[in-house]
Design a binder for this molecule. Sequence first.
Ligand SMILES: [Zn+2]
Length: 468
Amino acid sequence: MLLVLFGMSYFNTQHHKLILCFLILGIFITVLFFPLKGADAKVADGSVIYQDLTDGIVALCIYHVKNGQTIVRIFSGTELKTHPSIHMEGYISGVVLLSTSSIEASVAGRPLRKVPIQTDGSLDLTKYGKFESDVLKVAFRNAEHSDFDFDRMSHFAGKYAWFPTVPGDPVSTQNRFSIILKDSRQSLEIPVFHTETIQLTLVFSEPDNIQYKMDFRYSGNDPEQFEIRDFETRVRAIAEGVRAVESILGQELVTSVNLLEYDGIYNALTCDGRNEIWFYTDIFWKESPEELRTIAEHETLHIFVDQGRLTKNTDLRELFADLRGMDDLSMDRFALITTGVFPSGARRTDSKTPDHILFAFINEMNFFKGKKGGHSRDSLEEFCVSFLHTLMYPDNLDHNLKSPVILPGGDLHILSTNNQMSLLADYLMVIEKLMNAAGANPAGKIMEAFLRDRLEKTRPLNNGVASK
Ligand SMILES: [Zn+2]
């Protein structure tokens, strides 16, 4: 139809009136036979055969983060019909969709997943809390959807959500992305605009004129703080921590460091299968650069442990179960050996046996003077990370064996000579088990050499302790 109309515009000027008539007729025919996408079309008896996709949408809930605070903005189907696009202040960190029929939906190319309803009638968004019907009641106070019973979320056939694995991460780093809704007949693309992620490539000079590049991303709406605070010192400390691990283990582990302006979390973390570290702004600005460096080392080691699949190693699982004092026939041991993790709740409850002192000894708060953190007892992964961290600083070992160990809860434990000997024997045994695990991995040759070196450095300490 468009081609015909364009063609007519080349007619001689004396046919202007005729062209105008054709044009009006063309538009009339177009509207009659080719209804606009999404508009209702009716057959002669008046029944609807083609319903607007938005008619089935109860609520599209956009979670957006502004000045660190998460705000939920809810769009009804009617609003989506009249708003060709969505513009949000801050950045978007997740989406919940409720509909009266099954719908396929995606946000920035990621498919929304079905969310099961909980016994209390809410939707469990895991790290993002619960989605409760009260939110809808407040949003739709003004009579729209008054026919819906918001007390029963089961009323809605479609309950979907998508949130990033890392809490507070943006759904897209770009300024614009799409939410696409689809059913068997039609699809609707909603363009969404939000605050894009600031992406920088930071270049650091190292000795011998070697340059080290690190991608840095900031999601938030206060980039001015980089100008007035000691941003460079902090980000350099993080880069140094990453580099320290990468150079010892001979591989690039971190491709980018992300900073999230997202309140309520005081932490840094990594995510399985990703080569990135996330810092929340609270910890980034409040901890000292020295502590940030230690945290960056710890997080980079998480990526190494994940990539090396160390927690999949049966010998290491057995060793961890032994150190945790798990009975040979206990369910916890069985779960740990077969799956690598404890059954839920076992993390803290199986403390009939006193904690092995090795856990506290290798925690960063003990092994690195003046530093914080470490929870090596929580999981095999945390144990491997903190243990490898101690191996990066072999000179601390001798001094730390002679120093009191701070136990969880704050009590000090003075290590007797016997304590020191058994601790050192266990320390050497863990290095050997890690060496075997590294040897089983084709990419583990550099790690194996690193561990062999540490084994040789640590063995002589045995004599020093025994001769006291
Ligand atoms: Zn950790």
